[in-house]
Design a protein around this ligand. Structure first.
Ligand SMILES: [Ca+2]
Length: 190
């Protein structure tokens, strides 16, 4: 039976470790990552605010040298922070998969943290926002956070962001190797 993709976030509050099965039936070739500078190796494409930082050299998921991070209040950059990339061209009616690899310090305990996808019309007005709040298990390893979102009619561009508020004093959430790509099929195709 074919599973219908509904608008909205299909993966809620989950951290999926080691990949996601919904995109596994995609046709030949990996889906194209629509993000620029997805691993923070250049100074480009991303904005950051508050307790976020874009160019650390702590830890990497992509084999490069740099990562982004959300920092505890030890960094004196406030109690909320966001990294974001906008202006990503999208096609109305197409589903997209956003993902980020995160590495949590044991002292990192924000009140909330989320992966956010928003779609915009030609005038830059927000049409739809998908926010996937997630928890990160206390494991000393990289974990993947995933959100799915359907581009509404009139969508022309999207933004992808990762943020937190109510940030705790200690630790950080290291972020690397994001992706945003079309979901060509979901469910298992026989
Ligand atoms: Ca990197």
């Amino acid at each position: 039976m074919k599973r219908k993709m509904m608008p909205g976030t299909l993966v809620r509050g989950l951290v999926l470790v080691g990949g996601l099965t919904v995109a596994s039936a995609a046709p030949a070739g990996d889906p194209v990552n629509l993000l620029a500078n997805a691993g923070f190796e250049q100074e480009a494409a991303w904005t950051c605010s508050g307790a976020a930082s874009l160019r650390n050299r702590w830890n990497n998921h992509d084999g490069g040298r740099y990562n982004a991070a959300l920092l505890g209040t030890w960094a004196t950059q406030g109690t909320e922070g966001v990294i974001e990339q906008g202006g990503i061209p999208v096609t109305a009616g197409v589903a997209y998969r956003a993902s980020a690899w995160v590495y949590k310090d044991l002292g990192w305990h924000p009140m909330a943290q989320w992966l956010r996808v928003a779609f915009y019309d030609r005038e830059g007005r927000v049409l739809k926002e998908h926010r996937t709040e997630f928890e990160v298990p206390n494991k000393r390893e990289w974990q993947e956070v995933v959100g799915l979102a359907l581009a509404p009619s009139n969508a022309v561009t999207a933004s992808v962001g990762l943020g937190a508020h109510g940030i705790s004093p200690f630790g950080a959430l290291t972020i690397d190797d994001l992706s945003f790509s079309e979901v060509r099929s979901i469910g298992k195709k026989e």
